[in-house]
Ligand binder design. Structure first.
Ligand SMILES: C[S@@+](CC[C@H](N)C(=O)[O-])C[C@H]1O[C@@H](n2cnc3c(N)ncnc32)[C@H](O)[C@@H]1O
Length: 256
């Protein structure tokens, strides 16, 4: 069965706004692949950080569609042009979302704490010089600083704060971002993870990772100080098994 997603011809554009690309499509494919779970999840508030053209938040609203009534949608972007373009894209599909021009979720931390049931993020992840991060316009779409992780590292604790107890985060990462480390960072915050979609080209490998709070991991995170040696290596093993292409995996498993 096919489900409606945003139609490219109805997605608005602007020279300073990121056009839907392979990473946007991978994120929407991940949401489509997880549609049944998303419907059973009964989210009340869905949020996108870095909405760009609006292709992803529009697709999410269409994927959840008629069957999920009363869901509120919220999207932020640091680029004011992106907020306007997202508004046009939503309107072209007969949809509405609250749109805010802000840095990640600045100004929303208190009002949204523990409220977001689904968060989607296709962050600026390209490794660049640090001084390119957060610049005006289109450059903010890709400039990710050292290892492409500057914005990602800021988003993770904010996601932890905003996500509800049942909250899910879907995030795009690149091999260069060291997704294993991203998962470990989230694990320290009490989140489990799995790859929903993986796309590889000759140059790079994109992952869409889903994170959710895990009671056992939360308990384990609290005991980190007293954890014996088998704990962390077991955690590494399970994470590394998800990312067979990572250099970290090759370094740590010379006999394989
Ligand atoms: C790779 S683009 C993704 C756009 C869209 N979500 C998509 O998938 O097509 C990253 C988006 O994040 C926005 N962005 C970058 N840094 C941000 C920040 N600190 N806070 C909010 N949005 C940010 C950019 O302006 C850009 O629109």
């Amino acid at each position: 069965m096919t489900y409606r997603i945003a139609q490219i011809r109805r997605v608005s554009s602007h020279p300073e706004v990121y056009e839907p690309c392979d990473d946007s499509f991978a994120l929407v494919d991940a949401l489509l692949a997880d549609r049944t779970n998303l419907l059973e999840h009964h989210p009340a508030l869905c949020m996108e950080v870095g909405c760009g053209s609006g292709y992803v938040i529009t697709s999410l609203a269409l994927i959840l569609g008629q069957e999920a009534q009363g869901i509120h949608y919220l999207a932020t972007d640091i680029n004011p042009h992106a907020v306007r373009v997202t508004q046009e894209t939503l309107e072209a599909h007969g949809l509405h979302a609250e749109l805010i021009n802000t840095d990640i979720a600045s100004g929303l931390e208190k009002s949204l704490a523990g409220m977001v049931d689904v968060m989607v993020v296709n962050p600026p992840y390209v490794p660049t010089p640090e001084d390119e991060v957060g610049r005006d316009g289109i450059m903010s779409s890709w400039a990710g600083g050292e290892n492409g992780r500057s914005v990602i590292n800021k988003i993770l604790p904010i996601a932890d704060n905003l996500l509800s107890d049942k909250g899910w985060l879907y995030m795009v990462t690149l091999t260069a971002n060291n997704p294993t480390q991203v998962c470990l960072q989230m694990r320290e915050l009490g989140f489990a993870s799995r790859i929903v979609v993986q796309r590889s080209t000759e140059e790079e490998s994109l992952h869409v990772i889903k994170f959710w709070r895990d009671i056992d991991i939360q308990a384990e995170a609290k005991e980190t100080v007293t954890m014996n040696k088998t704990g962390p290596s077991r955690v590494m093993e399970s994470l590394l098994s998800q990312f067979p292409r990572l250099p970290l995996w090759r370094n740590g498993n010379n006999n394989q």
